[in-house]
Design a protein around this ligand. Sequence first.
Ligand code: LLP
Length: 390
Amino acid sequence: MIKFSALTSAETIRTPFYYYDVELLKKTLSLVKSLSKQYDIDCHYAVKANAEPQILSYISSLGFGADCVSGNEVSASVNYGFSPETVMFAGVGKTDEEIRTALSLGIGCFNVESVPELEAIDAIATEMNRIAPVAFRINPDVDAHTHKKVTTGLNENKFGISDYEFESAIAALKKCKSVEFKGLQCHVGSQILDVEEVYELECQKMKEFAEWFEQKGIEVENIDLGGGLGIDYEDPDANPIADFEQWFKTIRKVFGTESKYRLHVEPGRSLVASCGSLISRVVYVKQGRQKAFAIIDAGMNDLIRPALYGSYHKIENMSAYWQRKDSNMKKYDVVGPICESSDVWGEGRALPDTVRGDLIALRCAGAYGQVMSSRYNLRDLAPAVYSEEL
Ligand code: LLP
């Protein structure tokens, strides 16, 4: 059950809202910070997971770098305290304007996803009289064993440069006037749970690619292994913090402790997902012929993951848990108010007897939740509420 000491105040806050457990966020980040030091792996927060100003400011204050995928994310990262030299900029469709923004802010690295992009960055940097630091985003053709909509590292993907393009990328690099080559980056997918298997393969491939580039006379200083570490959506109370130690250990197992490469990672979900819940209220309980529907006031516009990917979010009836401990369990289809049949939070979910007005928590909504919300049906955006000051 969500730890929510402010339940009484939740009774008065307008639902739906995003609730962030600051204690868990801080605990997660401080663990990652110390592991990142212990394993000597630089950590760049993937801003796309949650770009709330307080969260960005807090993460930057701990000395994390940022991993961005748009000019606005780059600007926000710098505005909220990330040092520009720790900011990476990935994305397959960087526009000229975004490239200019990143160059003028002096970011640490452009993760270049194609030869035409490399040429554009070089031309713009030349025109601005700047040197652009670049890394090649490699497509390592590794299966992340995850949902196909969040797999990115397989061959013939819109992301990254594949091995059959390496020669032409090197030829293009040699023609550049205003770029400095920094290394290689990759990201094979998200919500990865087969940590050892997937990352060991990813790291081995990246190491081989780095050695290949060096044989061609291209010095590789940095290797960035992307993000993707998965969390426990089924039982977030049993496992509130992802297995960062296993991740870092696997990376070091392949590269060794004396590796000449500076290693980087870009976690998003694993840093912020578990600490966030979407808090909603039951508007109506509707008894059908075969089943009961709990209609809540949070919709797919607030959290699109179940509708978009069929993702599972644990549903908890907070009011029953705190106020009616002896309630019987019953099955409900928990649905939202949006006029779309995919606006479903869960079918046949076992919940304590649920009534109009009950507060419902949709767990593990801290990543790709608030940031992917929309105003569809002209609904208001769910605001953020923090358990304590960040
Ligand atoms: N680096 C790059 C280049 C990425 O594309 C991503 C995520 C990350 C790092 C961070 O990955 P994470 O550690 O968060 O898995 N909206 C989807 C997830 C999309 C992930 C996109 N890229 C979801 O809700 O599951």
